[in-house]
Design a protein around this ligand. Structure first.
Ligand code: SF4
Length: 217
């Protein structure tokens, strides 16, 4: 069975088991909270050995747009919240530029635990962690997923893509529009990337408007 099928089966089974435990339908917020619990306890890969705490992600439980980065950094590992350092502030500024607030969107990472020394996540760590993100996507049902940086793009869209060529271009799959963006942390100290990222974020808004998908939160 292909890895994608296995992940789909895991997500379907996990959500079904979760829902079967409760006598009434759960709201998306409740389901996300129930998914976040086992993420915080998860020891499915070696990143559990070095993390301070896992970072499940946060935001609107029915967000139309999800932003997915690579992995938590030091501040995220300490606080348990995604994108709370300088890169997070830059992301919030760009959201404000297109008329959104942080709590209008859902923000998460490919791996929920920080790789030591902020190294790149290993393929087995990404494979172990992706089902958690898939479960969150299945609950939230976003219209658009913006990947932030190369790792998120190659994990969620296609492994052969180059961010320098693919950024800002939309790809539709399984009813979701995927749009790769540069990572805000990479753009913080490079004016050229910063300008590109700001322009791409406005492109995200324009794509949504052109497709009639833009809804004021
Ligand atoms: S990175 Fe993901 S799979 Fe690994 S321990 Fe953390 S939550 Fe579990």
């Amino acid at each position: 069975m292909a890895n994608r099928d296995l992940i789909g089966e895991f997500v379907t089974r996990t959500l079904a088991e979760l829902r079967a435990h409760y006598p009434r339908p759960l709201s998306p917020a409740e389901e996300l909270a129930l998914i976040a619990g086992p993420i915080r306890q998860c020891r499915n890969c070696d990143l559990a050995l070095t993390r301070t705490q896992a970072v499940p992600g946060e935001g609107h439980p029915r967000a139309r747009i999800m932003f997915i980065g690579e992995a938590p950094g030091g501040t995220e590992d300490e606080t348990g919240r995604p994108f709370v350092g300088a890169a997070g502030k830059f992301l919030e500024d760009m959201l404000a530029d297109i008329g959104l607030r942080r709590h209008d969107v859902f923000i998460a990472n490919i791996t929920k635990c920080r790789p030591p020394g902020n190294r790149d996540p290993e393929p087995d760590e990404i494979a172990a962690c992706t089902p958690w993100l898939r479960a969150q996507i299945a609950v939230i049902q976003p219209t658009v997923i913006c990947t932030l940086g190369r790792f998120a793009m190659q994990t969620l869209i296609a492994p052969y893509l180059q961010i320098s060529k693919a950024h800002g271009a939309a790809t539709e799959r399984d009813g979701i529009l995927y749009i790769p963006l540069y990572h805000p942390a990479a753009a913080l100290h490079q004016q050229r990337l910063r300008d590109t990222l700001i322009a791409d974020m406005r492109t995200v808004r324009d794509i949504l408007v052109a497709r009639g998908l833009w809804q004021s939160p």
